[in-house]
Design a protein. Structure first.
Lengths: 431, 431
């Protein structure tokens, strides 16, 4: 024990999460001191927006100059909470070079540059912790690295974006259409004014890249992750899913297949009696399957100031305890099990297809013929609503497992059929 | 880094879990070496049953003398897996006194003597890790201590005994009676020949005592935990629960109320749409509510050789990494927030009562009168099956919140009523 007077934190970013960290450091100071054995002091806080000075109880620690904060020799731990790739990545690098321990919630930087930054932290014998970057307040990365590390992990199935899960839940429970549910999510602050990042699966792609990298000991970047959003889903998809015994969720999935991995984000049909199907609203869940552990699932709040700030401060406490006891950080093992990320075209799943066709005899035969040409066999085809005026009908087809490439080619060919008015949606079936 | 040639393990107990540990140490040797930076070697393995020597690939490390194993100066980490209070507790103590790090899965020793043993380990600067003692293969104690430590935890709701959850699931899904479901569980190896420990809630009481001690920083022992088993539950309780929108689970519950805590194990009605209601079969789940984290839930296999051995080996790896890097173990904080464990009589819940009454006018009035005398108000009373031969009827009463003491007194008085043939079951309602 080489207890010191205090351990000093420099915080970059005083937005929602940053203010949450400030609040916890203030309100839980006694408990934190007891855990660490030393005071954990907010020595400096940086933000470009000077009005955010007001979130601090001691505004004299405020600065607009993040670099001076990082280079301040009194700072032991830098907490980076500005988000986005630039300049956050440079700040984290500079902090490591200055010998500071780093805590970050930055999924984009971790997903794009995690392996290099972790290796760099290892070389400089500092810790780089990022529990808050995936799953907000849910402990995930710690258990994955610490308790499940010797598992041969075969699959990760996650509901990892609260915005889209909220929208899908509202569509399912209230019969809302996508646009109305999105508007509601925006008015509640669950979705941003420009919701692209969440809706189109970019956010989930970052997060699954981080988890898959750790779980498979393989360097997986966001560009490797196929992603498709939820904006094409309509209220009747939920009705049909329910009739067929499924729920619709936006899943981020990673699987290991011998020397390859799958990494993809898209809406899926999942059986409505499994636990993931019951994860509603803004909640997140991460299910991990390992050869020893079997299925393990972690569930909780994937966003929000308090849950996220909680795990950030917990990471800072862990680093402070190590500073205090003279313990070194365990360097991250290199993610050097080279595995190919399987192209989406080669992935095989079952499919749900909803389409509008001419309401006349022989149409289904024409459709099944096309599917047959691509070796796609049908497990059920049900005619749903009929519109007498336009002489059209909606049909729902469930297929047996087929290759994505074959399915996409079949879809294009079916779109060319005169009797097919519209292919309204294609949703993959998982589990 | 002060890398050594190898780090040596002494394993006491070569039963199901112990053999699982041996298997993992063999089969995952390369991965473990990579994690630790040094070989992790099974230097000695003790069991009183000499035939278990055969589970070892190198039978020369076998001994029947656990104490000589503990005192062997070559051993760095002792893994205790014999279970039960004696002599396991003495072995753990002796190992700590000999300066060995200890990993154990022993819920009974931890629940009864955890605080002393952890303090002792702290004094001797060794680690005492026990992730496997609660929730088998689910990472729980690590996340609770590391990621959720600064939360003010208000409640823990757990399905923490796989045997009883399997029995209840079979009763619910297949309409089995308790005896038949128990027999099935026994034939599958999910229940022991003498199932008392599981069925009557002793096992769950140990586990919730361990979790509550950590979560509330308060020394809670198994004797403080009220426990009631599942043997009184009948198939019609499941039918009625379903009609009313509930599932029946054996929960282990701990709650904080100002300066007091609740700690209890008993069957409960829980709303059938919450996540805990969907935890079926031998699976376990632990839900923790904290002021910062909100609700967090951990789910997975609570028993079984592989999942449990997995977290045991992970604990050993953690200790070995610290030995290797010269890091000291973080001493456990004392569980010194003194809180009174609230007696069961003072706890307030809602109740489900199933009883058989004489099928004649005015009976319900007599029953509600007795309940009213104890200030227990009824939220619904439904007459179920009627037996014309015996002129009796089964009724189900749901109450508003009432004190346990009042309810028990009312039950005794109702049993004295001539029109009450039998009070068949009383189940508390949670959530």
């Amino acid at each position: 024990m080489q207890n010191r007077g205090s351990i000093n934190i420099g915080l970059i970013g005083l937005g929602v999460i940053g203010s949450g960290v400030v609040k916890i450091l203030n309100e839980k100071a006694d408990r934190i001191t007891r855990q660490v054995g030393t005071h954990l002091v907010l020595k400096s806080a940086a933000d470009l927006d000077e009005s955010r000075k007001d979130t601090l109880s001691d505004s004299s620690v405020f600065t607009t100059d993040a670099l001076s904060l990082i280079e301040n020799p009194d700072i032991d731990i830098v907490i980076e909470l500005i988000g986005g790739e630039t300049p956050a990545k440079d700040y984290i690098k500079e902090a490591i070079l200055c010998g500071k321990h780093v805590v970050t919630a930055n999924k984009e930087v971790l997903a794009k540059h995690g392996p290099e930054l972790l290796a760099m932290a290892g070389e400089h014998r500092v810790g780089l912790l990022y529990e808050a970057s995936v799953g907000g307040g849910i402990p995930l990365i710690g258990p994955l690295k610490r308790n499940l590390q010797i598992n041969n992990i075969s699959a990760i199935h996650t509901i990892i974006n609260g915005t889209t899960n909220y929208i899908l839940t509202r569509m399912e429970k209230e019969g809302l259409e996508f646009a109305a549910a999105l508007k509601e999510a925006q008015s509640l602050g669950y979705a941003e004014a420009d919701p692209t990042n969440d809706i189109e699966g970019f956010d989930a792609a970052y997060k699954i890249a981080i988890l898959a990298t750790i779980a498979f000991h393989t360097d997986i970047r966001p560009d490797d992750v196929f992603h498709e959003g939820i904006s094409r889903i309509a209220s009747q998809d939920f009705r049909y899913a329910k009739e067929l015994g499924y729920a619709i969720k936006l899943l981020a999935i990673a699987k290991k297949e011998n020397s390859a991995v799958q990494a993809r984000v898209h809406p899926v049909f999942i059986p409505d009696d499994i636990l993931l199907a019951k994860v509603d609203g803004v909640f997140n869940a991460v299910q991990i399957e390992g050869d020893l552990s079997g299925k393990v699932l972690f569930y909780g709040r994937g966003a929000g100031a308090e849950p996220t700030a909680n795990v950030i401060v917990a990471d800072a406490i862990h680093l402070a305890q190590n500073i205090n006891t003279g313990n070194s950080e365990k360097p991250e093992l290199p993610f050097d099990e080279r595995r190919i990320v399987k192209p989406m075209e080669d992935i095989e799943t079952r499919y749900y297809i909803r389409m509008t066709i001419a309401d006349q005899p022989g149409v289904l035969a024409q459709i099944t013929k096309v599917l047959g040409e691509y070796s796609i066999s049908i497990s059920s085809a049900i005619q749903k609503e009929t519109d007498r005026t336009s002489q059209s009908a909606e049909i729902v087809i469930m297929t047996h497992p087929a290759k994505e490439q074959a399915m996409q080619q079949a879809l294009r060919q079916m779109e060319g059929l005169e009797v097919v008015r519209e292919i309204s949606n294609l949703i993959r079936v998982e589990g």
